[in-house]
Design a protein around this ligand. Structure first.
Ligand SMILES: [Zn+2]
Length: 140
């Protein structure tokens, strides 16, 4: 893979992911901000109220928690108890995500989804940010 970042840019990204407690959405926001991207947050008049909106590039990012959005990955540990509570909730979320994702794409926006599990590991996160950055900025 070609290196799209300068050394400074790369260390900015790394700085953003140093603290373990940072929520995935904040990690993504910090990393892309450090790369010079500017965005609007939680835009209410777009389907799904996207977490990050890049009007200039007609792109949005949704950062999704693996459990509540049903990613079925390693991070997505389903507890054995209280199934009658969380199963319908997660199914609702998945259905709503699907509807909103289709709606926003229909409107001509490019949608990028970042999963919580992609932010847990530094190498994976850096890779995710690289891909996001190049898709958003370079392929308009
Ligand atoms: Zn996941």
């Amino acid at each position: 893979m070609t290196d799209v970042f300068t050394k400074d840019q790369r260390s900015s990204i790394m700085r953003g992911i140093k603290s373990k407690d940072t929520k995935p959405e904040m990690q993504v926001r910090k990393a892309l901000h450090a790369l010079g991207l500017r965005y609007r947050l939680h835009v209410k008049d777009l389907p799904g109220k996207p977490d990050l909106v890049f009007p200039k590039y007609k792109a949005v990012i949704q950062v999704r928690g693996c459990f509540w959005h049903g990613h079925r990955c390693k991070v997505d540990h389903k507890p054995k108890s209280n199934k009658s509570y969380w199963i319908p909730k997660i199914e609702n979320n998945i259905a709503r995500d699907r509807k909103n994702d289709a709606a926003i794409k229909q409107m001509g926006w490019r949608l990028f989804i970042v999963w919580e599990c992609e932010c847990r590991d530094n190498a994976k996160f850096t890779h995710t940010i690289e891909q996001l950055y190049s898709s958003i900025v370079m392929q308009t």
